[in-house]
Design a protein around this ligand. Structure first.
Ligand code: SF4
Length: 250
């Protein structure tokens, strides 16, 4: 399987889940390399913004930013090796993130099964951009889907970022929570349109402020919290940003 690289190894690390319904819970994160989208503000661009690709990124104007050499940011290992590394942390929650993990769902399913064989109590969350429907086997193996459909502000054409059948699948699954970043009033209108179109229930809708520092989060958090209160949504903070900023692997 192709994972993001962190230092000399794969991006597998023990931390607290920072977002979503289980925020604050200890978890091992495993980050897939590769994504089928190319959001302009993506904060895991080392999983897809490779040399030779045509995608733009908002950091293109930052001095020193450059597309990544694929071999510098990819770590390949077997699903059994990934399972062993995760088990070594002795943690009962695993968050499979990316990139887009559903691009490698066969490997992740095999990894989940190996971990469960040794740790039946282990809970698995899978984070996805909801452009693919998971197989029935994977859907049965995962305990929680953290679904983040991308809005127009991602810069990705609608035909690529909205997959109606996949969105309907996740909207109808009680295991799926929809997490939306609200950066502007137009985002909320777009979120409401998506909710209506695909039948996303309010109790599984989470709104999250945008920001890569506590100060940035604080700017819009009260307003978004009030929206959640009034619309019956959940408010979602970014605990990892508050604790560790935008550092990787913590
Ligand atoms: S879908 Fe997620 S990982 Fe992929 S480019 Fe967008 S933000 Fe990044």
């Amino acid at each position: 399987m192709k994972l993001a690289k962190l230092g000399d190894g794969p991006e597998i690390f023990h931390t607290l889940q920072g977002e979503g319904p289980s925020a604050g819970t200890p978890a091992v994160f495993i980050r897939a390399s590769r994504c089928n989208l190319h959001c302009v503000w993506c904060d895991t661009d080392h999983t897809w913004n490779f040399q030779g690709t045509p995608w733009t990124h908002e950091k293109d104007t930052v001095p020193g930013y450059a597309k990544f050499r694929k071999s510098d940011v990819t770590f390949e290992l077997t699903h059994a090796e990934a399972a062993r590394r995760i088990l070594d942390f002795r943690c009962s929650r695993v968050v499979i993130t990316g990139g887009e993990p559903l691009l490698q769902e066969t490997d992740f399913l095999a990894m989940i099964r190996l971990i469960r064989a040794e740790r039946p109590d282990c809970v698995f969350e899978l984070e996805t951009n909801a452009t693919r429907i998971p197989s029935a086997e994977l859907a049965a193996a995962v305990d929680q889907f953290n679904v983040s459909p991308k809005l127009a502000n991602s810069g990705v054409p609608e035909a690529l970022r909205l997959h109606p059948a996949a969105l309907e699948f996740f909207a109808s699954s009680p295991l799926a929570y929809f997490k939306f970043v609200v950066a502007s009033p137009t985002d909320l209108a777009e979120i409401q349109t998506l909710r209506t179109r695909f039948g996303i229930p309010p109790e599984r809708t989470l709104l999250m402020p945008e920001g890569r520092s506590s100060a940035e989060l604080d700017r819009s958090a009260p307003q978004i919290a009030a929206l959640c209160r009034d619309l019956g949504f959940r408010f979602c903070d970014r605990l990892h940003i508050r604790l560790w900023g935008d550092r990787r692997g913590v």
